[in-house]
Ligand binder design. Structure first.
Ligand code: 15L
Length: 287
């Protein structure tokens, strides 16, 4: 059943895998935020690589498909999150708010909630978490810069700050308790890129699946931060420091470029949306 190596080991007899080819099977996986945009995409795809997929959200999750356990739970309820992680091998933590909001909205769902997930992982001995971070952790870098995940965080709002907190929490739980995390700084994961910014930040759904499977199955990750992007010819993010997780994107925004440019022929270079990597998020608020 469990396929993750014990903490501190680096087995050489297990091949790296990709979404398309993985034969890796987990016992029970937990997907939080399963009723959200990316949760709905990942739910059927993750079911293919585990015996039981436990899905959670505060929004309606529908009925359980074969091999699923449906467990609604508010992330700010510590007891509920404790129960959620019982018997879980690894967590894909997408839960919380996914766009910019007032701090009072972000705090319970993203900051307190993510703390509860890590505390529950510590208590139950869960060994790996795939954390849905965001490109908005570094949204105040300019689109004229190329950065990698080793550069200082520059969040572009309270949402980005909450994801920066989540990444720091992940680092702490690795250093202190040996719980491994891959923090995915997801770009724009939609069916296709719809504006010029997304030509750089787009992550196709298939590449999103490849990224999550790589994050779950790489033998040793400690705490790795990786940008979630497809193989876009135009990009601000260099994923070289995270190559060890074995993520190899196979889609590209190039095939959508002509359509995007026809729909959005002009960009005002003085508009902050076109200056900063975080796009429109940098102009939200104050609340
Ligand atoms: C995010 O983090 C959001 O969750 C998503 O809705 C998009 O807005 C994305 O960033 C983006 O930057 O395009």
């Amino acid at each position: 059943m469990p396929t993750l190596p014990p903490h501190g080991t680096n087995p050489t007899d297990r091949p790296m895998t990709t979404a398309a080819t993985t034969t890796l099977r987990f016992g029970r996986l937990l997907l939080t935020g399963a009723a959200g945009g990316l949760g709905k995409v990942l739910r059927p795809r993750l079911k293919a690589c585990c015996d039981i997929l436990r899905v959670s959200d505060i929004a309606d999750l529908g009925t359980a498909a074969p091999g699923e356990e449906v467990r609604p739970a508010p992330l700010q309820d510590k007891a509920a999150v404790m129960a959620l992680l019982e018997g879980v091998e690894a967590v894909i933590h997408l839960g919380g708010v996914s766009t910019e909001h007032a701090f009072e909205v972000v705090l319970p769902a993203n900051i307190v909630g993510t703390y509860h997930v890590y505390e529950a992982a510590r208590v139950h001995g869960t060994r790996r978490i795939v954390f849905a971070s965001s490109n908005h952790v570094t949204g105040f870098y300019k689109q004229s810069e190329t950065i990698d995940a080793t550069q200082p965080q520059r969040p572009d709002g309270y949402y980005g700050l909450s994801k920066a907190f989540g990444e720091n929490l992940a680092q702490f739980y690795w250093d202190r308790y040996g719980i491994e995390t891959v923090s995915l700084r997801i770009g724009s994961s939609f069916p296709e890129p719809t504006d010029r910014r997304m030509l750089a930040s787009w992550l196709s759904y298939d590449d999103m699946e490849r990224l999550v499977i790589a994050a779950l199955s790489a033998p040793v990750v400690e705490h790795t931060v990786v940008y979630g992007m497809s193989d876009n010819p135009l990009t601000w993010w260099d994923n070289t420091p995270a190559r060890h997780i074995g993520y190899r994107p196979q889609d590209s925004s190039a095939t959508h470029r002509a359509g995007v440019e026809a729909r959005q022929p002009h960009v005002d270079p003085k508009n902050p949306v076109a200056i900063y990597q975080g796009g429109g998020f940098v102009t939200k608020g104050p609340f």
